[in-house]
Ligand binder design. Sequence first.
Ligand code: UD1
Length: 363
Amino acid sequence: MSSRILAVVGARPNFVKMAPITEALAAHDGVSVRLLNTGQHYDRALAGSFLERLGMGDPDRDLGVGSGSHAEQTAAVMEGVEADLGEHHADLVLVAGDVNSTMAAALAAAKLNVAVGHVESGLRSGDWSMPEEVNRVVTDRVSDLLLCTSADAVENLAAEGITEVVELVGNTMIDSLFRILEATDRAAVLSAQDVEAGRFVLVTLHRPALVDDPARLGEVLAVLGELAARLPVLFPAHPRTVARLAEAGIEAPEGVRLAEPLEYADFIALEAEARLVITDSGGLQEETSALGVPCLTYRDNTERPVTVELGTNTLVGVDPAALCEAALAALATEPPESPPAIPLWDGGAGARAAAAALSFLRR
Ligand code: UD1
């Protein structure tokens, strides 16, 4: 009997989490995988280049949902996924992460009584003001197969009464990271960006809570300017951040190199060679931990505590002065000699996730 799986992706972080699983599934006989891209992200550097680089090929369906309010995006994805499931039978719908596309696809499938598998299940920031937290909780509640990256996620689910079917498989995003990094000429990327290994700071900031507040954004840019007096600061900015900076008339201080978002391989090459990373992204907290690169997270909370406990991540809060102090302290401290070992963040999570999905389907 063949198993049909619909894998749904839509935004930058989804592609890297899903690719190792669809690849591992495709290697099994009797399994067919259909790839649906919601199109939540449509800029090439945020979407198309990821699909190519990760070898995911052209999606079987592209919903072209694009930007919109949360309700608009959610509704458009739900309609598209519902239509696709009406035309193409699926035994399991796989969704990844915590973006609007994730929750919308999970809800649409659950309402059609199609089983849902959530990749990166169980993470909790406890911060209900984050759209991602709403997405995580709703997605987990309607999922039938909950694939976790770390033990704390399994505990979070248990605390909400969710114990079936929960599988700790590890972090599939780290599979993609290791695989693509190995095939990337890091020296060429450093030279193209005109920086030296271990001699620059890499910054990404895109969350609405920060970038939609012009006063705070300006103060953070000033902090980056202070750091730039010591080391070059590379800031490949999300389109939202670029738009907010322009609206507020904030210019990058000297030494802060504001740039377009980079393609995946180039970005992780820089991440691996940075002296320090400053971010509000969830994914970067994990990638820097796997790479052994010090990371300062400019947020009050993290849904990824394992990166603080075992990894290289420090939560600094959202006070620009505290960020400045923490960054100067980090630059004065030797980085770890080798990356910390986080259980199951070993490059084999995609294969374990695929095996878990197939054993779920055989139940
Ligand atoms: C989304 C996720 C966030 C994730 C981030 C990764 C949600 C709620 N948020 O945030 O968790 O960390 O992706 O990158 O799903 N835009 C473009 N080009 C694009 C996509 C977006 O210019 O390809 C601009 C548009 O102006 C849009 C804005 O960015 O309005 C926000 O995009 P949206 O998809 O709503 O969420 P992200 O901020 O990208």
